[in-house]
Design a protein around this ligand. Structure first.
Ligand code: SD4
Length: 327
């Protein structure tokens, strides 16, 4: 059987200390069971997709003894600021009305968390989410309330819609049925998990969401438990892909709970994906990916690729192991 669903992990090793696996693409890749649970030394950072600059930034902070919270915030900001990443922050694809609306959340080792949903005109939603966590008694702020809060905290009003994203949106409008679509190419959300030298884990997740979504649509990424969950006794998980499916299974929380019950991060990610596939037996027309890490620094990652049915997966009797860990 061809390996149709997996994550390819990229190493960013420094002095034998760091492993930075990243969900890079859904393509064939070899893996061995021995690589799946290799022990690592703290600190460590992992993220979705191929965001080497983001994990490098986080690693820079961890290496200097910085906190996991600072590391994930600074790390995912790299993608928020990258105008070429059209799924996160500035340059993100707009909703179907042409407005770029951003979602982000952050969670620390003590279980504190903050989130912003459908935030407009602010370049770094992850930092606003952190302010929600640290400076308010709340967990989530949404829309105009979140935007107003950001201005109060000194964030600047910016234009998030780049010429490129605007042109693509105008082109899409010409031919689309003007309704939200499951855009399988829309897969560059960044979720990041880090453990610092004090053994504290933190996570962050940030996205512009599904391209050309209905105004007000929010996916999993800013929802604690769905797009991200961290429990310093167990580990953390974060998601990328079609958020509706992740919300339905409370995906990241599920994966952390599975790890609590004894599953490895890899097994837990696979089970999380399997739950989603079960609910979508013959219509796997979307992409979902999870990454997870336990407090030993063991990591796991798994994704499904659109176009293959649940039967095709299950008849082969297993879900393939995607991860490779470079120490
Ligand atoms: C969402 N999960 O809004 C996000 C989209 C995503 O890579 O992950 N894209 O549903």
């Amino acid at each position: 059987m061809k390996r149709r669903n997996f994550l390819k992990n990229s190493g960013l090793a420094t002095a034998g200390v760091l492993s930075a696996p990243a969900l890079t693409s859904c393509e064939d890749a070899p893996a061995s069971a021995a690589q799946l649970s290799a022990p690592v030394v703290q600190p460590i950072v992992i993220c979705t997709w191929d965001f080497h600059n983001a994990s490098a930034k986080a690693w820079e902070i961890l290496q200097k003894g910085g906190t996991a919270l600072d590391a994930v915030e600074a790390g995912v900001k790299v993608e928020e600021d990258d105008v070429n990443n059209q799924t996160v922050g500035t340059g993100g694809r707009p909703d179907r009305d042409g407005n770029v609306t951003l979602d982000a959340c952050i969670m620390d080792h003590a279980g504190q968390c903050g989130a912003v949903l459908a935030l407009q005109h602010i370049a770094n939603p992850i930092s606003v989410a952190r302010k929600v966590m640290e400076d308010t008694p709340h967990v989530m702020l949404v829309g105009q309330g979140a935007e107003q809060f950001a201005y109060e905290k000194g964030f600047e009003k910016v234009n998030l819609l780049t010429e490129k994203s605007k042109a693509e949106w105008l082109e899409w409008k010409k031919t689309s049925a003007y309704k939200p679509i499951i855009n399988i190419e829309n897969h560059d959300t960044i979720g990041m998990l880090a453990i610092d030298e004090n053994g504290h884990m933190a996570g962050g997740c940030t996205t512009s969401g599904m391209a050309y979504k209905m105004a007000g649509r929010v996916g999993d990424s800013p929802i604690i438990g769905a797009g991200l969950f961290v429990d310093n006794e167990v580990g953390g998980a974060t998601a990328t892909g079609v958020g509706e499916e992740v919300v339905r299974t409370v995906g990241s929380f599920l994966i952390v709970e599975l790890m609590r019950q004894g599953k490895s991060p890899q097994e837990a990610c696979e089970e999380g994906v399997r739950r989603i596939m079960e609910k979508n037996k013959d219509k796997l027309d979307f992409q979902i990916g999870f990454i997870a890490m336990n407090m030993k620094g063991e990591t796991g990652s798994y994704c499904i690729q659109p176009g293959f049915t649940y039967r095709e997966y299950s008849e082969n009797g297993h879900i393939n192991h995607p991860s490779e860990h470079f120490l």
